[in-house]
Design a protein around this ligand. Structure first.
Ligand SMILES: Cc1ncc(COP(=O)(O)O)c(C=O)c1O
Length: 371
């Protein structure tokens, strides 16, 4: 049974292989640019920990408008004054033209995000900002096996967004935060987490999950009331991540090939594709509905669910309306993308026929909605 699902899945064989492998060490991650690696229960904890330890209270930090709004929420809770700038409509990454408009004399840091795995040129960014501006690089959507990432002063990686895993995030740094890190408790993957992980395992039980999910639209999380605790990462999440990242290069190559089939089969009258900056690791395959059709985005999302095709609308809540007062200008592109993107699943277990089926399903939805 093929899962057309943006939620990553593991076969039982892959699961067994991971479980029987010995634990890996975090030192197996080769990032010569950074001396220290700290692991956390979530990436939000890693970011929160970083702001607390480098203390930018009452300082100005630039953020991209098209990113996960939790990133802005963490900054506000740490007393940071965010300056939110618009993104490029084609690459979804922050727009260098917007950077050029800023006066960096009173800006202390910039937070950048390689959106959906599309790698932004950090070296180019470095030339545009003042020398002592701290660059925090959020590579949550990338798998770390890539020569272009890891150019920021700090690097953030997610343990569960590219390959299936429980949760977790990493902070790579040249600063030593060992004293405050040692004070943290360790997260524990419990039986409830293991039960929820069934959603990530291939098998007949997926029919049952799909039946439930096809009738339910996930609710928007309320960022203002969201609570989290900063914990060290559980060893099981680390083991899952370190095992799976070994196959990252092969996975990325397969996804690049599948992208070609997407482009050949999606109807260009309705969509355009995310343009690649330096390189792309395709966490998903993102398309944008053109202006006359974006009003149908949420209908398409729901219709596809009824056909057991689970796509997502990330970041449909970017930037949150409450954060609009921190926007530098109108951030029109970010608002447009938030209402127009559909993220389609892409993974090496698919073949040309599967992608054709996905494209036909999406094209058909639009043909019916516009008839
Ligand atoms: C770019 C980005 N950074 C950080 C986060 C926070 O990650 P976590 O859910 O692990 O806290 C997210 C969440 O989706 C994200 O998309």
């Amino acid at each position: 049974m093929i899962n057309f699902d943006i939620v990553n899945k593991l076969s039982i064989r892959e699961l067994n292989e991971i479980l029987k492998n010995p634990n890996f060490n975090l030192e197996d991650l080769k990032f010569p640019a950074y001396k220290n690696i700290y692991s956390f229960n979530y990436l939000r904890s890693a970011i929160d920990f970083l702001w607390k330890n480098i203390n930018l209270k009452n300082k100005k930090v630039v953020f991209p408008a098209f990113t996960c709004p939790i990133v802005i929420e963490i900054a506000l809770r740490n007393g940071i004054e965010p300056i939110i700038i618009d993104c490029d409509k084609d690459t979804f990454n922050l727009d260098f033209k917007e950077i050029e408009k800023l006066d960096f004399s009173n800006i202390d840091a910039i937070f950048v995000h390689h959106v959906f795995g599309n790698i932004l040129d950090i070296d180019k960014l470095r030339l545009l900002v003042k020398k002592n501006v701290i660059i925090v690089e959020d590579a949550a959507n990338c798998i770390d096996d890539n020569d272009y990432i890891g150019k920021g002063d700090y690097l953030l990686l997610s343990l569960y967004k590219y390959f299936p895993n429980f949760r977790g995030g990493l902070l790579l740094s040249n600063n030593i935060f060992q004293d405050s890190y040692e004070l943290l408790m360790r997260d524990k993957i419990d039986y409830k987490d293991k039960l929820s992980f069934l959603l990530h395992i291939e098998g007949l039980h997926q029919y049952f999950f799909n039946l439930l999910r096809s009738k339910r639209i996930p609710e928007e999380e309320n960022m203002n009331t969201l609570e989290w605790e900063i914990l060290k990462c559980d060893n099981l999440s680390l083991k899952f991540y370190l095992n799976q990242r070994l196959k990252a290069k092969k996975e990325i190559e397969s996804r690049k090939l599948l992208r070609k089939y997407y482009l050949e089969n999606l109807n260009p009258k309705y969509f355009y594709e995310q343009k690649v900056d330096l390189d792309h690791s395709y966490m998903n395959f993102s398309i944008v509905l053109k202006e006359d059709f974006n009003k149908f985005r949420d209908e398409i999302y729901k219709d596809l669910r009824k056909k057991n095709i689970f796509v997502d609308r990330m970041y449909f809540n970017a930037p949150l309306k409450e954060y609009a007062k921190y926007c530098h200008g109108e951030c029109k592109n970010a608002f447009y993308l938030a209402s127009s993107i559909i993220n389609l699943p892409i993974r090496s277990s698919y073949d040309e026929k599967d992608i054709k089926f996905l494209c036909e399903s999406v094209n058909n939805c639009l043909e019916i909605l516009t008839a």
